[in-house]
Design a protein around this ligand. Structure first.
Ligand code: HPA
Length: 245
């Protein structure tokens, strides 16, 4: 079964036929909200809103461990993450859809592993390629089927938030090699890897990152809202094509 984790602007899938909801419990606490089981183009799918259904959980407080654990328990065989980001590169302007291929993790203080030592074995998972390449290609094909141009590849900088970055921080991320910046990509991706669940993301650029082009003087929330609303409609169209891709 395919799992979809929706971010800001995507707390439900209008093209999903909902069959049931389930409040899951895990050894790591409660996930962000109920798991919504249903079908999309006649295939089973489970959906979870990362920030809760009322959008009340900020990025640094999302219980990533409980979310990924609950999805695995529910039978998720692959996880597609949808999340909004800021564009660092000039060609990644608001409205761009991108399927990243690499991650740099700048987050801190989050519960980020299932392998805490103690009773369990110490394990070091391979994370050279953080996103599953087969799933990435499938997302790109789904985009093409939906008539959307999606950028293939990009380096995602996972920032701590919840505040946006300073212009100097964005300059640093770019020097490090980052193309886009978001707040929720980690530890979500590495936890999925720890549980051996293929994971890939569709990132929606909703603003230029701090200090860049239209964000040179600051980032306007009303502009983000407007882009988000329209772009998530397009993402729904892409998700609908995954089962054909
Ligand atoms: N920075 C970090 N996260 C984001 C941004 C940003 O500019 N836009 C949307 N998510």
């Amino acid at each position: 079964m395919l799992a979809i984790i929706g971010g800001s602007g995507l707390t439900k899938l209008s093209n999903m036929e909902v069959l049931r909801r389930e409040v899951a419990r895990t050894p790591y606490g409660e996930p962000s909200g109920a798991l919504i089981f249903g079908t999309m183009c006649e295939r089973p799918v489970v959906f979870l809103a990362r920030h809760g259904y009322g959008h009340t959980i900020p990025p640094h407080r999302v219980n990533y461990r409980a979310n990924i654990w609950a999805l695995q328990q529910a039978g998720a065989e692959a996880i597609v993450s949808v999340a909004s980001v800021g564009g660092i590169r000039e060609d990644l302007g608001p409205g761009t859809l991108i399927v990243p291929h690499q991650v740099i993790d700048y987050t801190w203080g989050r519960e980020m592993t299932y392998f805490e030592g103690g009773e369990g074995l110490v394990r070091h998972v391979d994370f050279t390629h953080p996103y599953d390449e087969v799933l990435r290609q499938r997302l790109l094909r789904a985009g093409a089927l939906a008539g959307e141009t999606m950028v293939d590849g990009g380096v995602y900088a996972a920032a701590q938030g919840p505040r946006l970055e300073t212009a100097a921080e964005i300059d640093r991320f770019e020097r490090d090699g980052a193309d886009l910046v978001g707040m929720t990509g980690m530890p979500e991706a590495s936890l999925a890897r720890e549980l051996d669940i293929p994971y890939a993301a569709i990132n929606v650029v909703v603003n230029y990152a701090a200090g860049r082009w239209s964000s040179e003087q600051g980032i306007r929330m009303d502009e983000i809202e407007a882009v988000l609303h329209h772009a998530m409609g397009r993402v729904r169209g892409v998700l609908e094509m995954i089962c054909r891709a």
